[in-house]
Ligand binder design. Structure first.
Ligand code: GLC
Length: 460
């Protein structure tokens, strides 16, 4: 760890703070003086999750508590029948400080580029709340009436049965960190891992008593089904790929093996060589009728390790996978958001010719240093301090020199992202969390969940 870089990062992180008067309430997404701010002067819920972890690990609880109090007040609490209004229970994608007014205004996706819905916001909010409670010991905040009600509203939004047969959540394209069209509609892994985390948080933070009995029952049942479903059906390693390769198709009724009617011909050419031998594996990016997205999505896989959505054995295999394919997934900058990039006709059709998401750039195979907080945390959870050290030295070799960019481009992450902003806050916070966890592993307790056994029979 380089003390000069660390001091600079701490200072830059502090400068990104948004305050109402002298009350810090969040951090702005980026402070690049040379770029049009668009909405990068907002505090994004998902970006603040990384900042929150950095503040909590440094013992700075006040800003996180203030953020939670401000956002709980912004949550949509009334039932709305108008389809253009954000629905009850939604947490804001982002908020900004109204210049001069001293108040906050929130965006629920209605202003965002392509009007994407922030399905992940409520889940990140719960993750932040639980980390705050764990780090500060302030359980009273979570158990107060306003916060218990907020938790109910989030659950009411995602627990009721809808138009599907699975325990996973069905969502539109671009509704999480990848907030542009990238073929991530349906049942993307990132959302399922966050949903799993959200349910585990609710299970921990809902107070005991009659009022919560039915919620707790519904949570327990959904967690089991979700975990079993993802562990069984999303998992990919060589033996599993071989099963898919030999699948029979168009089977009807109960007890069939090819439940999603996957056609073996859809297995992409790159995959059979890319999967290591028997000792590595990962969760596929998406699964639905006739469709498995075989791309490796880093955030979803790393969150699965932290949350124990991946059991111990699978978690270790995910880390082995990253190690065996280090040159593809990490190379010069940890870590690619997904691998491989969509190219040619796939890129045209799946992104709608998105010029920001060209192959090996931005969300389409770009490298995002902020994800290092998850990579280091996952590595440490699996006893892989050696990997954590490699990650931190890659970050220190470039981030400060390059002015803390948002992302990098290219197959090996060597190029500064074509449209990357500088002084990107979650890049700075991601580095701070990585260093802090490596220094003091006890911090992991606030962001990890123990491995549980789920024994409900999965109805699928
Ligand atoms: C981009 C990212 C999004 C992030 C935002 C602010 O839109 O895709 O995930 O929250 O920038 O950093």
């Amino acid at each position: 760890m380089n003390p000069d870089i660390l001091t600079r990062a701490r200072d830059l992180h502090r400068r990104a703070v948004i305050a109402i008067g002298d009350r810090p309430v969040g951090t702005m997404a980026a402070r690049d003086p040379d770029a049009d701010p668009l909405n990068y002067d907002h505090c994004f819920t998902r970006d603040f999750a990384v900042s929150a972890m950095a503040f909590l690990l440094a013992g700075d609880f006040a800003i996180v508590k203030n953020f939670l109090l401000e956002t709980v007040a912004l949550q949509i609490t009334e039932k709305r029948m108008e389809c253009f209004e954000p629905g009850q229970g939604l947490m804001p994608a982002s908020f900004r400080l109204e210049p001069g007014a001293g108040s906050l205004s929130a965006d629920f996706g209605g202003q965002a580029i392509a009007r994407v819905a922030p399905v992940d916001a409520g889940f990140w909010w719960l993750f932040i709340l639980r980390a705050y409670v764990k780090a500060s010991g302030d359980i009273e905040l979570a158990q107060g009436g306003q916060f218990q009600h907020a938790i109910h509203l989030i659950l009411d939004l995602c627990l009721p049965p809808r138009f599907e047969m699975f325990p996973t959540l069905l969502v539109p394209d671009g509704c999480f960190m990848i907030d542009r069209r990238m073929g991530v509609y349906g049942h993307p892994l990132d959302i399922q891992a966050l949903f799993f985390i959200a349910l585990r948080v609710c299970e921990e933070l809902l107070s005991e008593g009659e009022a919560n009995r039915s919620y707790l029952w519904a949570i327990k049942s959904r967690i089991s089904h979700l975990a079993l479903h993802v562990r069984e059906h999303y998992w990919l390693d060589l033996p599993r790929l071989n099963e898919i390769y030999r699948y029979r198709v168009d089977e009807f009724g109960a007890g069939v093996s090819n439940k999603f009617n996957l056609y073996p011909a859809a297995i992409p050419d790159w995959l059979t060589e890319w999967l290591p031998g028997e000792d590595g594996g990962y969760f596929a990016g998406n699964l639905g009728p006739g469709r498995m997205d075989f791309r490796f999505f880093s955030q979803g896989n790393l969150l699965s390790v932290l949350s124990s959505l991946a059991d111990r054995d699978k978690a270790e295999k995910v880390m082995i996978m990253i190690e065996r394919r280090w040159d593809d997934l990490v190379a010069y900058m940890p870590i690619k958001i997904c691998f491989p990039a969509l190219e040619g006709e796939d890129w045209r059709i799946m992104t709608g010719c998105d010029q920001k998401n060209t192959p090996w750039s931005y969300h389409n195979g770009g490298s995002w240093p902020f994800l290092s907080w998850l990579l280091v945390a996952a590595a440490m959870t699996c006893g892989r301090e050696d990997m954590a050290d490699r990650v931190i030295s890659l970050l220190e070799a470039r981030l400060d020199r390059d002015d803390w960019p948002e992302y990098y481009d290219g197959k090996n992450g060597r190029l500064l992202g074509r449209k990357a902003r500088m002084l990107q806050t979650w890049t700075i916070a991601g580095y701070l969390v990585a260093v802090s966890l490596r220094d003091n592993p006890s911090g992991l307790a606030a962001i990890t969940f123990d491995d549980q056994t789920y024994d409900l029979a999965c109805p699928l």
